[in-house]
Design a protein. Sequence first.
Length: 304
Amino acid sequence: MARSLEGKSIVVTGAGRGIGREIALLCAAEGAKVVVNDPGVAADGSGSNAAPAEEVVEEIKKRGGTAVANFESVADAIPASKIVKAAVDHFGKLDGVVNNAGILRDMIFHRMSVEAFEAVIKVHLMGSFYVSHAAARLFREQESGSFVHFTSTSGLVGNFGQANYAAAKLGIVGLSKSIALDMNRFNVRSNCVSPFAWSRLIGTIPTETEEEKARVARIQQMGPEKIAPIVAYLLSDASKDVTGQIFAVRMNEIFLMGQSRPLRSVHRGEGWTPQTIAEHAMPALKGSFYKLDRSADVFCWDAI
């Protein structure tokens, strides 16, 4: 079979480990030239290490592919723009961007520091914006391109102790949809992927109770390599009619996730008062309220 990304130039952020690494390896195997971006920070964003990105590049070359390492941070606009520039400098063009880079600073909300909130927003949400914004001008000029952004059920559904991460990941959904709407006329696509997979960041989940230990054990069975195929597909020309969507991937399952739409409505011809809202509107709407679900409550069966 023909390789689906033959001749394309792709940027993958956070590609030194985990899901990003598997995406970079598969994209290269499918014929893409890959910018493997990763500053090699710890799970909380501290430090730096060139080895992860360099090792992925070496592995790609060993398998007969083409790749270059890049160590810029996505968390600031100018360094992020240099990631895009690296693709053009080395490969002459850019066809796809995978916004995968991320950090975690989990903490229950009332104890979360401002710094922890801002740091996670900077990497996930602002980082996705900075890299995408730098690439958008190129995509507009060539009238083609694909963005794949990483979201999470922590934002789409909910989770404990992740206000920063959830806010960033749900913000990315809005960013992706806006890009899809604004750039559709230029044949530029933008989609989100919500992964279920064991990774270094997931490894920070606490395992103090038996329930938490069992949850982590289930996640460990879901390899990051299971996420890469849908990303490669969304970068390929085969997905030319797919944009503005949110996909979740869990082992061998692919879910098309919902997007916010009206559920029910109530009307009162004379308008509303706080009292009539309490007496009429809320009782009528309450049956359709969402529960305070967590991701594990919604995806409550074993992965298949």
